[in-house]
Write a protein that binds this ligand. Structure first.
Ligand SMILES: Cc1cc2nc3c(=O)[nH]c(=O)nc-3n(C[C@H](O)[C@H](O)[C@H](O)COP(=O)(O)OP(=O)(O)OC[C@H]3O[C@@H](n4cnc5c(N)ncnc54)[C@H](O)[C@@H]3O)c2cc1C
Length: 497
């Protein structure tokens, strides 16, 4: 295809925007399109919430620290850009999660995965649940399945199927550690639909998970001749998570390096996107005028908005008030990551897990804590340990507001209470993530459908990001790539081959 280049602007340089820009460049090569791509980022660096920092031989993650491989888009992208060999799996030993119960740490029973137990004996012998609670969970096998297919909050689903204890003591903290959300509002259909499908198809979540595990073990055995291994993970399915030897920044850097020089423009916050006026257009394109904070502007045939919806809403107010209003309705939670480094000798108990989660009924100031140097190799120098605490979120928004001194003090108190660490850490690094985690309440999918319908009225406009169809890194990659593909199809249709 020849002629005037098609100009596409991507707004936002987080993983969603980078994936979109990268996919546009891939498509340019694959379809031999005369495509000119610009990525506008408000801040002074790309990566958004993803940032890896080196300090005194430690490798700190300021935001996310790994991603799941069962959603294929993250790993597929790594393969395409030559990063597959740098993917790092979680360590084999201590592959389990702990949970705070009555002020003490206990292992989550082996086989208890996110919402439900899949193994009998570890549950029976666990001190985390009362006998009543355990019996109530076992009853899940015999409870009738709900007939309608309506959305439901996570709290309602788990309490209905497995009882209050399973919810308060396990499902709530495990899910809050991922979504920083209030499970009383969190939509199960939008976040973990497989559990609703399990109920619908198998009549019981526990039975469905048993069947799933048996099938997976058989497949493994067939593939590698390995003996069937029972159980394994607890809490999250840790065997399915990966990062990179040098941290998640590796992905951000690799994507950025593959974009043609000059594509990424930093410190270029967008304030407004509007259809360019008729006379400015002078033909079918350019169609969109993008106005920056410094009042300069650029025109484009296509725009992908990959900024958080509270920012996107403001940009699009003038272009489509209805779309902006829907976007503005999506709420976000703020959270804070606190990396703390210790000498091994200062630890009073072994770090015998990948970390712990904290039920909100425990009334503590942390949501969770990862034992980073136990979970992944190369996170701390020999003889040292790195822990990564997580606070704030939708359930404890006031903690996000604490100043750094108060947060540091709170973390020190929790480390002393829960891990018996009396010594001061070597260092503490605090990273705040204001309004960064979109909340997916019951009804979220309808809202997203409304947004998509409204976007469909504007050829040449696309949205990407963690606010629509998943917050995880693979979801964001998928969202960026899908936006790029959709936009290229529209532009090619408009201008002809
Ligand atoms: C603390 C934390 C831990 C997490 N842990 C994990 C994890 O372990 N695994 C996992 O898979 N996921 C995790 N997530 C979720 C995942 O990291 C995020 O959903 C994902 O990084 C979001 O990427 P994004 O590009 O959609 O948004 P962002 O990273 O928020 O990027 C948006 C970008 O848009 C820019 N921008 C905003 N306004 C404008 C404007 N007006 N003009 C131009 N640019 C603008 C911003 O500066 C930013 O760079 C975590 C999230 C947080 C906050």
């Amino acid at each position: 295809m020849m002629g005037e280049p098609l100009r596409v602007v991507v707004i936002g340089g987080g993983i969603s925007g980078l994936s979109a820009a990268h996919r546009l460049i891939e498509l340019r090569g694959e379809k031999r399109l005369p495509l000119e791509v610009t990525l506008l980022e408000a801040g002074g660096r790309v990566g958004g919430g993803i940032q890896t920092i080196r300090q005194d031989g430690f490798l700190l993650e300021a935001g996310p620290d790994n991603f799941i491989t069962t959603k294929p888009w993250g790993v597929a992208l790594c393969r395409r850009i030559g990063l597959a060999g740098r993917l790092l799996q979680t360590n084999e030993s201590n592959r389990r999660a702990l949970l705070v119960h009555r002020g003490r740490l206990h292992p989550i029973p082996e086989g208890f995965l996110m919402l439900a137990p899949t193994r009998f004996m570890p549950l029976v012998t666990s001190p985390l649940f009362s006998w009543r609670g355990k019996l109530r969970m076992a009853m899940e096998l015999f409870l009738p399945a709900r007939r309608d297919n309506a959305d439901e909050s996570l709290a309602s689903f788990v309490t209905r199927r497995l009882g209050r204890e399973a919810f308060e003591r396990a499902a709530q903290p495990l899910v809050s550690g991922v979504y920083t959300a209030d499970p009383n509002h969190l939509s199960l259909r939008a976040t973990m639909p497989r559990f609703l499908d399990m109920e619908a198809q198998h009549g019981s979540v526990i039975r469905a998970m048993w069947r799933e595990q048996r099938a997976a073990a058989k497949a493994r055995k067939r593939r590698s001749g390995e003996t069937e291994r029972r159980g394994g993970d607890s809490g999250a399915r840790y065997s399915m998570f990966v990062t990179f030897d040098e941290g998640l920044q590796t992905l951000v850097d690799a994507l950025t390096a593959r974009l043609p020089e000059g594509t990424v423009r930093l410190n270029r916050g967008v304030v407004r996107i509007a259809p360019a006026s008729e006379e400015d257009r002078g033909g079918p394109s350019p169609r969109w005028r993008i106005v920056l904070e410094d009042e300069t502007s650029l025109d484009a045939d296509g725009v992908i908005v990959a900024a958080p919806t509270h920012r996107a809403a403001r940009m699009l107010e003038g272009a489509d008030a209805t779309l902006a209003a829907h976007l503005a309705e999506i709420e976000y939670a703020s959270s804070v990551v606190i990396n703390v480094a210790y000498r091994q000798g200062d630890l009073r108990r072994p770090l015998d897990g990948f970390g712990f989660v904290v039920p909100s009924i425990e009334n503590r100031s942390l949501i969770a804590c990862s034992f980073s140097s136990v979970k992944y190799a190369g996170r701390a120098p020999e003889g040292y340990a790195l822990l990564r605490c997580f606070a704030g979120g939708a359930i404890q928004p006031h903690i996000y507001e604490w100043d750094d001194d108060r947060l540091t003090e709170a973390v020190r108190r929790e480390m002393k209470d829960l891990l018996g660490i009396e010594a001061a850490p070597l260092f503490t690094r605090i990273h705040r993530h204001p309004r960064s985690m979109p909340q997916y309440p019951v009804g979220h999918l309808q809202r997203v459908a409304q947004i998509q319908a409204q976007v469909g009225l504007h050829p040449g406009l696309a949205l990407a990001g963690n606010a629509y169809a998943g917050v995880g890194i693979p979801d964001c990659v998928h969202s960026g790539e899908t936006a790029a593909e959709g936009l290229v199809n529209t532009l090619v249709e408009k201008t002809g081959p």
